[in-house]
Write a protein that binds this ligand. Sequence first.
Ligand SMILES: C[S@@+](CC[C@H](N)C(=O)[O-])C[C@H]1O[C@@H](n2cnc3c(N)ncnc32)[C@H](O)[C@@H]1O
Length: 205
Amino acid sequence: MQRAIETALIDAGVSRETLPLLEGYVGLLDDWRQRMNLIGPREMDTIWERHVLDSAQMAGLTTAESRIVDIGSGAGFPGLVLACEAKTRGGDVTMVETTGKKCAFLQAVISELALPAKVVRSRIENAKAERVDFITARALAPLPKLLGYANPWMSKGATALFFKGERWQEELTDASDYWTLRHEAIPSRTSERGVILKIEEAHRV
Ligand SMILES: C[S@@+](CC[C@H](N)C(=O)[O-])C[C@H]1O[C@@H](n2cnc3c(N)ncnc32)[C@H](O)[C@@H]1O
């Protein structure tokens, strides 16, 4: 791992003890992606800057001992990054993902690195919502749909942390037709106009 990335990860909220786990995760992703089409062919070139650091920002927004559910986890962003951090400072992560090969990869990383995490292979709409502190999602769906997915967990008290790109204000406007939100837009460290939307309450209009 380059020194600049190490510093950026720690600034974003990752513990120093978590860094070797992140290296283990990225190593496994590199192995698996050569056998399975888990991420795009060029994405490995910017894996640390774009995906790991992006996800690490979430670690700075959750607290020690947090229970987290990550929906639409794909190859583990941000779910596995948060699970690596949870091994260092407590808490656990559940990842809900529908695609079998991605679930197999997520489970392999959990087992290999002994992470405090589990995978639920299911469509989000059919998953059982357990009580958690945070629900996270990245690159999954436009905000109105995302709020529908997250509602079962949010109505039990979870705070949502959603990565959103430069259209985030439009998405908030669209969502306001259906939802009243108590939210905060936290500037992203990795995307000039992107934000992490922290939503503490969502009520249907
Ligand atoms: C674009 S990928 C993003 C993956 C990851 N969050 C990231 O940022 O790299 C979206 C993922 O969500 C999963 N997904 C989409 N709709 C879903 C649903 N309704 N239930 C469960 N998983 C879903 C897809 O299989 C895919 O792995």
